[in-house]
Design a protein around this ligand. Structure first.
Ligand SMILES: Cc1cc2nc3c(=O)[nH]c(=O)nc-3n(C[C@H](O)[C@H](O)[C@H](O)COP(=O)(O)OP(=O)(O)OC[C@H]3O[C@@H](n4cnc5c(N)ncnc54)[C@H](O)[C@@H]3O)c2cc1C
Length: 371
């Protein structure tokens, strides 16, 4: 009989590990504490590494249908003056696409279902036994060859194992919204690009991100102490700071969720037969748009390593040894990005970030099966 895995969290990481293991012949169950798998956020950036994983799982066409893929990323002042340009794939840079998050979630759920993964909703993981068991609320033990904690940044499995953790919470953060694209100005090529409007005086920024023909993703970034974030959210300070975006910012939801940026680094990604992956192991601030992409790539690599090595404990160690350098690099570059994006008055622009090393990380794809 094939091996078995019990996984906590039906997010991007948990569904990826689960699907690949099931495709390799494992019996896999995912425990999701919510009453249905869903994703919080709005839009999402995916780079080459994330797209590669979706191709391997057979869902890349479904994810890419109707997504947005511009040729330029532009840095602009709050009043709209262009201060920097970065080429994207079509002009020799990296491939970057954007889409509504739910589309990515739906595609991963479809892949998991097709592979035979069982998703148990309303099942909250509370701990893990390194000998090979997941424990859910109420004390039920689910024994397995492999246990995976993929339940996000507040991982209960990580806490139950006592893994030493460095956790940084930054003072900056963001509200994320999806708005109909017909509220945006249309005339001019610039509105097809990703546009990062920033105001160095107030430390506010608005990232303008088309996500297809119908919908736009807006990220409103600020220091968490900024009065412009008081509830109910008042559009006036945002419209006053960013005049070119008035038509988009004049109607804002009263109480959008605000997430402070966070980073997490562990001394180890596994204890015995329990592996930790995704935000549970390497959460990063979204300055590079790489948290989910890294979670997807590292989850696929975990599944392949434990299957190929034949021994779960050795497979988890080999996985960490192979993947840790590139994940740490991406994490460090994301953390460095916070001080470039929220630099304080008078600081230079984005010159010098991200470093060339990021190109390597975003291009890096997990090993092929049997490779
Ligand atoms: C403002 C912001 C913008 C971002 N933008 C991007 C971007 O553009 N591109 C990108 O690549 N990344 C981005 N990220 C990062 C990305 O959202 C995360 O890295 C990604 O969601 C991590 O996926 P995950 O599966 O590890 O964790 P999660 O997405 O947190 O999924 C965890 C799952 O586990 C479930 N769960 C939680 N606790 C339990 C429990 N005890 N038992 C069972 N289930 C449980 C949750 O309900 C959830 O379904 C952004 C992050 C932020 C904050």
């Amino acid at each position: 009989m094939g091996k078995s895995a019990e996984i906590a969290g039906a997010g991007f990481a948990g569904l990826t590990v689960a699907t690949e293991l099931a495709r390799l012949g494992w019996r896999v169950q995912v425990h999701e504490s919510a009453d249905r798998p869903r994703t919080f956020g709005a839009g999402i950036f995916l780079w080459d590494n994330g797209l590669h994983v979706l191709r391997e799982l057979g869902v890349v066409d479904r994810v890419l249908a109707g997504c947005h893929e511009p040729v330029l990323w532009e840095e602009r002042t709050a009043t709209g003056e262009r201060i920097g340009v970065r080429p994207l794939a079509a002009r020799g840079g990296l491939r970057l696409v954007t889409l509504p998050r739910q589309r990515l979630m739906d595609a991963l759920l479809a892949a998991a279902g097709a592979a035979g993964v069982r998703v148990r909703t309303g099942s909250r993981a509370v701990g893990a036994d390194p000998a090979g068991a997941l424990v859910t609320a109420g004390g039920r033990r689910w024994e397995a060859d492999l246990v995976v904690g993929a339940e996000g940044i507040r991982s209960t499995l990580r806490a139950s194992l006592g893994v030493p953790t460095e956790h940084v919470v930054f003072s900056a953060g963001a509200c994320r919204l999806l708005v109909p694209r017909d509220r945006a100005p249309r005339a001019g090529e610039m509105w097809q690009c990703y546009l990062n409007f920033s105001d160095s005086r107030s430390q506010r920024r608005v990232l303008y991100v088309p996500c297809g023909n119908d919908v736009l993703y807006l990220l409103l970034g600020a220091e968490h102490t900024d009065p412009a974030l008081r509830r109910p959210l008042d559009p006036a300070p945002w419209c006053a700071t960013f005049p070119p975006l008035r038509s988009l910012l004049s109607e804002l939801p009263a109480t959008p969720r605000f997430d402070r940026y966070e980073a997490l680094r562990l001394t180890t990604w596994s204890v015995g037969r329990v592996g930790l992956v995704g935000d549970a192991a390497h959460a990063m601030p979204p300055t590079l748009g790489q948290g989910a992409g890294t979670a997807l790539a590292n989850s696929l690599a975990l599944a392949r390593s434990v299957d190929e090595t034949g021994d779960v404990v050795a497979g988890l160690r080999a996985w960490e040894a192979a993947q840790r350098p590139v994940v740490d690099l991406t994490l460090e570059e994301s953390v460095r990005g916070v001080s470039f994006m929220y630099p304080g008055p008078g600081a230079p622009g984005l010159d010098g970030w991200p470093g060339e090393a990021f190109r390597i990380a975003a291009h890096r794809v997990p090993p092929r099966r049997g490779g």
